[in-house]
Design a protein around this ligand. Structure first.
Ligand SMILES: *Cc1c(COP(=O)(O)O)cnc(C)c1O
Length: 223
């Protein structure tokens, strides 16, 4: 099946409340252009160097989202154009994004990455840690940041019960934040969870953004 067919098939499975992010790490610009021509506008990348190489070669109305671990010293390269940083996992990174956003006269959408899986990403705040972190009020002085929700990765497990439980945990963290610290912020509404192998489960558990790579572009050869 072509990239266009894959995108159409996935969109058919998603409720209208869920948006599809095409995860294009390691894939050539030609593949991204195929996706673009099939109507795809949101792309997720994991590596800064790759993101800044591809961005100028592709149409300007693409929404680029950073979904991979981000080092503070690289924020400056993507701050001028990135539409959302989903992988915010430390105070230091948040401060740096804020600084670079202000320098670029922008407010950058951010998701707080939460570590939910026993064998998943080693990055992200622990579910309890995030409440402690946000309780110190420092984040409120970040004029360059718009808090838009949370992101998490489930386990690479074939045990669906485990994946359901992990996404339920992420949903509950999201809901608690939305009803407490971010109760007055309408923009705090995104729950980014679900990848190629488990987006059906993630949608059932309340996902609003699914990040799909392999099922759109095929297997990756490296990274
Ligand atoms: C690579 C990646 C994805 C997509 O994974 P697939 O299994 O190829 O769909 C989603 N989210 C993150 C954070 C990733 O690094």
């Amino acid at each position: 099946m072509s990239i266009a067919d894959n995108i159409r098939k996935i969109n058919e499975q998603l409720p209208s409340s869920v948006r599809l992010i095409a995860v294009s790490k390691t894939k050539p610009v030609e593949a991204l252009l195929d996706a673009y021509n099939a109507g795809q506008r949101i792309f997720g990348e994991n590596y800064v160097q790759e993101l800044i190489t591809k961005q100028p070669l592709l149409p300007a109305d693409i929404e680029w989202q950073m979904i991979g671990h981000l080092q503070t010293n690289k924020v400056k390269f993507i701050a001028p154009f990135v539409s959302c940083i989903q992988s915010v996992d430390s105070q230091k990174l948040l401060s740096e994004i804020n600084k670079e956003a202000i320098k670029n006269n922008r407010v950058i959408d951010c998701l707080l990455e939460i570590s939910i899986a026993s064998d998943g990403s080693k990055f992200g705040f622990l579910p309890d840690e995030i409440f402690e972190f946000l309780a110190n009020d420092l984040y409120q002085s970040f004029d360059g940041i718009r808090f838009c929700g949370v992101m998490g990765m489930g386990s690479f497990s074939s045990n669906e019960t485990i994946i359901h439980q992990e996404y339920q945990l992420l949903f509950s963290v999201f809901n608690r934040l939305k009803n407490s610290i971010f109760a007055n912020e309408n923009t705090f509404c995104e729950l980014s969870m679900g990848m190629s192998h488990d987006f059906g489960i993630a949608v059932a558990e309340g996902s609003t953004l699914v990040r799909v790579g392999t099922s759109i572009f095929g297997e990756r050869n490296y990274k």
